[in-house]
Design a protein. Structure first.
Length: 403
């Protein structure tokens, strides 16, 4: 079963990335297109502006109507399946990787005493509740105060990351937060943007004048999607970087990512309007400060590793100490070799996890730096702490490595 699950996950991840490229690309393109539109003399009534571009050896002339054209065109392309396919592949990827292997990737027994179905239920419920709360806020009077709405959403997303960090593994808490944001983005397309566009199209076909409010609502949700894109990508990529999700206050890193992604996206959106001066001068310095602040926060000494540091302070030439090495290898055999062996005994793996084997002292020494990074500094390994490595064992590994 392991190899089938591996390839299913690989194909789903591949499809998810391809779909996401399509969705994000179209989102960024249309935000740029909106910003680049110019109003010129002689335009037809109702036209907001036009854009001339050159690409692939030809010229393109694009016009945008404020509400809708006077007559329904014969062919109309709907941008929806880019979003739907991204969410569907992401949902199945979440199910295959995190729900199917809940004890390995989703749960952390040192945080909450859950069984697999309870953890999966919390994850699925979060996707639903996240959308319901977000949609309710967007339908409230807050929709007329976009900055205040963004501030409330920022607080709620940060609280979500903190709450899931109390019950899930750090890796799963980050992914769950990103999945909830992505669900809200796809929900915007499925429940708001496309239905509103259908209302406008129906009015055109019936000879009625469409109400401009439907376009305004859709534009607000589309703008939310645009600003959420970069933080969601960060959270999805973070599972490769234990210094992010492995931090005991990982929710602070989520807050940094939300700010950083929004600032970078704001620069692009502002620059594409043709703005100059201070309007496009502050974002990149702010982004650098935020990135440096995130890095400093993630790398700063913290209380959870203080016992490890004190335990290793008196160790000199630890890797030459046979007692420490014997202790470390005993820990490897007990906590890590089930996944990191030529023939893993853990059912989820048919080959060594990550291609890393730790079933001999020589292999353990070869991967010493990674062992300390993954099992001591961030506690990202074992996955979900499924083998229940203790803090004393982590300290012993640090002592063996001479940390």
């Amino acid at each position: 079963m392991g190899v089938w699950q591996d390839f299913l996950g690989m194909f789903l991840r591949w499809a998810h990335v391809v779909a996401a490229i399509s969705w994000i690309g179209s989102s960024f393109y249309f935000m740029w297109l909106d910003a680049s539109l110019k109003r010129r003399a002689g335009m037809a009534a109702g036209v907001k502006g036009e854009n001339w571009t050159v690409h692939g050896g030809g010229f393109y002339h694009t016009q945008k109507f404020m509400v809708a054209p006077a007559h329904m065109p014969e062919e109309l392309h709907w941008f929806k399946w880019e979003a739907y396919s991204t969410w569907l592949t992401g949902f199945f990827l979440l199910a295959v990787l995190y729900w199917w292997n809940a004890e390995l990737y989703l749960m952390d027994p040192t945080k909450a005493d859950l069984v697999a179905w309870q953890a999966i239920g919390l994850s699925a419920l979060g996707l639903l509740v996240g959308w319901v709360v977000y949609d309710a806020l967007c339908r409230s009077p807050l929709a007329r105060q976009p900055l205040l709405l963004f501030a409330i959403l920022f607080v709620l997303v940060t609280l979500t990351a903190w709450a899931y960090g109390l019950v899930f593994s750090g890796r799963a808490a980050f992914l769950q937060t990103g999945a909830m944001m992505a669900t809200a983005m796809a929900g915007n397309v499925f429940f708001v943007i496309i239905p509103n566009q259908r209302i406008v199209v129906a009015d055109l076909k019936a000879g009625r004048t469409p109400d401009a409010k439907y376009g305004e609502i859709a534009k607000l949700r589309s703008t939310h999607n645009n600003y959420l894109t970069l933080p969601v990508i960060f959270l999805m990529l973070s599972n490769h970087y234990p210094a992010t999700f492995g931090h005991p206050a990982a929710w602070v890193i989520v807050a940094f990512a939300l700010f950083l992604g929004a600032v970078v996206r704001h620069w692009f959106n502002t620059y594409e309007t043709g703005a100059t001066g201070w309007r496009i001068a502050w974002q990149w310095p702010a982004a650098v400060v935020l990135a440096a602040g995130m890095t400093a926060f993630a790398g700063a000494p913290r209380d959870t590793v203080a016992p490890v540091r004190s335990a290793t302070a008196a160790v000199d030439g630890a890797r030459l100490n046979p007692v420490l090495e014997a202790t470390a290898f005993e820990i490897m055999e007990k906590r890590c070799v089930t996944c990191h062996a030529a023939e893993p005994t853990f059912a989820a793996f048919s080959a060594p996890a990550g291609g890393v084997m730790l079933d001999t002292p020589e292999l353990m020494r070869r991967h010493a730096a990674a062992i300390v990074a993954q099992s001591v500094h961030t506690a990202a390994m074992p996955l979900g702490n499924v083998t229940e490595m203790t803090e004393e064992e982590r300290a012993a590994l640090a002592a063996w490595a001479g940390e």
